[in-house]
Ligand binder design. Structure first.
Ligand code: GTA
Length: 164
């Protein structure tokens, strides 16, 4: 049974599936991460960094500060940029000062709406220079290469669909 609170907090995606276990890291693994699985789990258990996805290309750093400071004091925000144009491409990394604040963000900010989009946060083992750039062929995120639906906030059609 879906509660009103879940709908109000934006925990439901457009097709009404409940986003599961919002306070847990996803199964995402960065294929460029250099350490072992043990090291990665250790990093995640202490991390102060979150990856934030499903952002509109038009959402500003100022808006992010406003939303993410609800979970704790922010150390820095690193905007995700197109490798080619160096313009925002729909993700960012948020660093807090404490692990507890990062966990609070997973609990209370993950799944809420920003610019009418449900944002997804994921605990991240830590930012390294270069990770701020999209890895898709078009310069943006890989997921936007394969996207089949039109998404106005993320540049319209996915790159491969646009080429068809
Ligand atoms: N902590 O969930 C995440 C996450 N994501 C999605 C990206 N990053 C993340 N970090 C955390 N959690 O620093 C980070 C990356 C990098 C930056 C940009 O954001 O570590 P990217 O999105 O451009 O590239 O990264 P990434 O992450 O290397 O892409 P990946 O994992 O290959 O693919 C993303 C999605 O694209 C897949 O889940 C899938 O839905 C789709 N996809 C990929 N390949 C295919 C394919 N062949 N066919 C169909 N769909 C595909």
């Amino acid at each position: 049974m879906v509660s009103t609170t879940e709908i109000e907090r934006g925990l439901l995606s457009d097709n009404f599936t409940i986003v599961p276990r919002l306070d847990q890291p996803s199964t995402y693994k960065d294929h460029q991460y250099q350490g072992s699985n043990v090291q990665r789990n250790d990093d995640l258990a202490r991390t102060t960094t979150l990856y934030v996805g499903n952002l509109s290309f038009y959402t500003t750093e100022e808006q992010m500060y406003e939303v993410f400071s609800k979970a704790g004091e922010i150390k820095r925000i690193i905007m995700g940029l197109s490798r080619h144009t160096k313009t925002p491409c729909g993700f960012c990394f948020v660093e807090y000062y404490t692990h507890e604040d990062a966990l609070n963000c997973m609990k209370y900010v993950n799944g809420t709406k920003l610019d009418d989009r449900i944002i997804r946060t994921d605990l991240d083992p830590g930012f390294k220079e270069g990770r701020q750039f999209g890895r898709g062929r078009s310069g943006g995120q890989v997921r936007d290469e394969y996207r089949q639906e039109y998404d106005e906030g993320r540049g319209g059609w996915g790159h491969m669909r646009a080429k068809q």
